[in-house]
Structure formats: structure tokens, C-alpha cells
Design a protein around this ligand. Structure first.
Ligand SMILES: [Zn+2]
Length: 117
């Protein structure tokens, strides 16, 4: 994992490894509409496909379904007095995004993922 971490900038390190939250509307993938796959920034595992992406109005890229249910792990977080679901890469356990379970959607942050054709 030390090798994978090499090459991350400070912001990527904060989001992926320290489970930080990317500010909304700043991600470069929010407007991305070209067909492709969103992969984990850290280990390259495919997480989402552009065709399941939709405009949620939240400021983060949102998806109806994962690329493969086995590739994404959902961790329920009840701290701060509310229920939130954290999305993590199932292979390297890096943080991808946080969402509310009522929304029934998955999110990716541009910091935590890269797009591949
Ligand atoms: Zn990963």
C-alpha cells in the first residue's frame, strides 16, 4: 500500500486515507458524461460506470448502482447523531464518499476516483 500511496497529493491523501470529505461542486468528474468507468484513485478497481451516473444536485457525482456490488463496500456511520453511509473501495478500503441512506444512491468523489474510457 505504501507504493500505491506514492503519487497522491495532499488532498487525495486526505480524502482517500483519512476519510475526508471533498467539497461539493469542485470535482472535475461532476460534469463528466462520456462513457467510461470510474476507478478507485488508489488501486484502480472499477467502481462505477458513467451510464449509471445521474444528476443529483448535491455537487458530487452520484450513481444508481456500482460497477460490481463486490467492488464497493458500504459502512454505516451513526456518529454526529445521524445515519450516513460511507462508500469504500472493497479492495484497498480507501474512502470514496459519504451519503445518506434515505437517498438510496452511491457517490464518488473526483478526488477518490479516476475515469477510464
Ligand atoms: Zn481501491
Amino acid at each position: 500500500m505504501a507504493i500505491l500511496e506514492h503519487g497522491l497529493n495532499d488532498e487525495e491523501r486526505r480524502v482517500l486515507l483519512n476519510h475526508g470529505t471533498e467539497a461539493p461542486f469542485c470535482g472535475t468528474l461532476l460534469e463528466e458524461k462520456r462513457a467510461g468507468v470510474f476507478c478507485c484513485r488508489l488501486c484502480g478497481l472499477p467502481l462505477f460506470q458513467t451510464k449509471t451516473k445521474f444528476e443529483s444536485g448535491t455537487g458530487w457525482p452520484s450513481f444508481n448502482t456500482p460497477y460490481d456490488p463486490e467492488h464497493v463496500r458500504a459502512i454505516t456511520d451513526t456518529s454526529y447523531g445521524m445515519v450516513r453511509v460511507e462508500t469504500r473501495c472493497a479492495r484497498c478500503d480507501s474512502h470514496q464518499a459519504t451519503s445518506f441512506p434515505t437517498a438510496r444512491r452511491l457517490r464518488a468523489s473526483a478526488t477518490a476516483s479516476t475515469r477510464r474510457p
